[in-house]
Design a protein around this ligand. Structure first.
Ligand SMILES: NC(=O)c1ccc[n+]([C@@H]2O[C@H](COP(=O)([O-])OP(=O)(O)OC[C@H]3O[C@@H](n4cnc5c(N)ncnc54)[C@H](OP(=O)(O)O)[C@@H]3O)[C@@H](O)[C@H]2O)c1
Length: 338
């Protein structure tokens, strides 16, 4: 098979992760060319103000787009300055047909992005995403479509940011039967629980998390365990096969009192076995490998042949998440036919 030497990318979402991914592709473009023989070109970018693209399918200057976004808050301002075309994100299908990208990168916070992923896969456009709800809620349909159209669907950064737990479960351990996974997958609840361990009450800890910008726009996604539940569903999908999100049994941390947490090692733990996924706060023994702090995530994977395997690393952060996104872009690109 002749592999691609250049790929066109449409980047949806220009927040923390989208800006970091755009910057990394620009900064490391020469390195990626030398190492993989691949040149990447961003042909359009989007935020909630719309999709900005060149009508002739040519590359745009992503660094200038990011600077304009930082200055004005709207990527459409960049489009105006540079005389580029602007379309609403509801017109994505038209933009895909006009610009014909090879890879759609969804690093938006759009919970309804499932239809974007379908539109891309139906056209043979690879999808790379860090956006959890489409994967957690529609894995079976998306992976079926991806296989039917022989088009990559990659989502490393949806769980543990760039720490490669998805790659590990999908592409290593091929002769092992995974028997169970236990993992701490939501860094915001770790931060809140650690503050409470040291004497803060829930309101103080939540306020601090909000001030630091680490709380989701809808705080229930962190506090009620929904974000961790999405990630548990995705790990189940990859390790054991599709699970309906409704079957993930989720208990968050909102019901915990200070006395449940003070002086202990309580963490929001996802426990996954074949046919079962659960998220709930657990008081871990001192020194337990899942008793992580800060923005670290950790997962203990148990298999029949290897026994227990620990994977631990960044669970968030713009460049740490973009690490997974860029890795998936390169993987998807290298599997496309010339
Ligand atoms: N940050 C992390 O550590 C991390 C880790 C793992 C996964 N993720 C996931 O990665 C994604 C991006 O995270 P982030 O931290 O970069 O979020 P963010 O800073 O809030 O950025 C989200 C971006 O999505 C855009 N967006 C939202 N709805 C849209 C729509 N309907 N059409 C077009 N653009 C839309 C926003 O536009 P505006 O700028 O106009 O609002 C913004 O540019 C999220 O799904 C998040 O859950 C993040």
């Amino acid at each position: 098979m002749t592999v691609r030497t250049s790929v066109k990318i449409l980047l949806l979402g220009l927040g923390h992760v989208g800006q970091a991914a755009g910057e990394i592709l620009a900064e490391k473009g020469d390195w990626i060319r030398r190492r993989y023989g691949l040149s990447t070109e961003i042909i359009g970018v989007a935020d909630s103000s719309g999709i900005v693209f060149d009508g002739n399918g040519r590359g745009i200057d992503v660094e200038r787009a990011i600077n304009a976004k930082r200055r004005s808050g709207r990527v459409s301002e960049y489009g105006k300055d540079e005389g580029l075309r602007l379309a609403g994100t509801s017109e994505l299908e038209v933009v895909l047909d006009e610009t014909q990208p090879d890879v759609l990168v969804d690093v938006s916070s759009n919970d309804e992005a499932f239809s974007w992923h379908v539109a891309a896969l139906e056209r043979g456009v690879a999808v790379v995403t860090s956006n959890k709800p489409p994967v957690a809620l529609h894995y079976k349909e998306l992976i079926t479509l991806s296989r039917r159209n022989e088009t990559p669907y990659l989502f490393e950064a949806t769980v543990m940011a760039g720490t490669p737990i998805i790659a590990l479960l999908r592409r290593a351990l091929l002769g092992d039967t995974v028997t169970g996974i236990r993992a701490v997958l939501n860094a915001t609840t770790t931060f809140i629980l650690t503050m409470m361990e040291n004497g803060a009450n829930m309101d103080e800890a939540v306020k601090k998390a909000r001030e630091m910008g680490i709380l989701e726009r809808d705080p229930r996604k962190d506090l009620d365990g929904i974000d961790a539940g999405y990630k548990a569903a995705i790990l189940h999908d990859v390790a054991f096969g599709p699970i309906e999100f409704e079957r993930v049994d989720v208990t968050g941390i909102s019901g915990l009192r200070e006395e449940d947490v003070r002086g202990r090692n309580v963490r929001l733990v996802a426990s996954i076995e074949d046919g079962r996924a659960e998220v709930r706060p657990i008081d871990l023994p001192d020194g337990h490998p899942l008793a992580v702090t800060g923005t670290e995530n950790a997962a203990l994977i148990e298999t029949d042949l290897l026994g227990e395997l620990l994977i631990k690393g960044a669970g968030g952060g713009a460049r740490e998440t973009a690490s997974g996104v860029v890795s998936d872009i390169i993987e998807a690109s290298l599997s496309l036919r010339a």
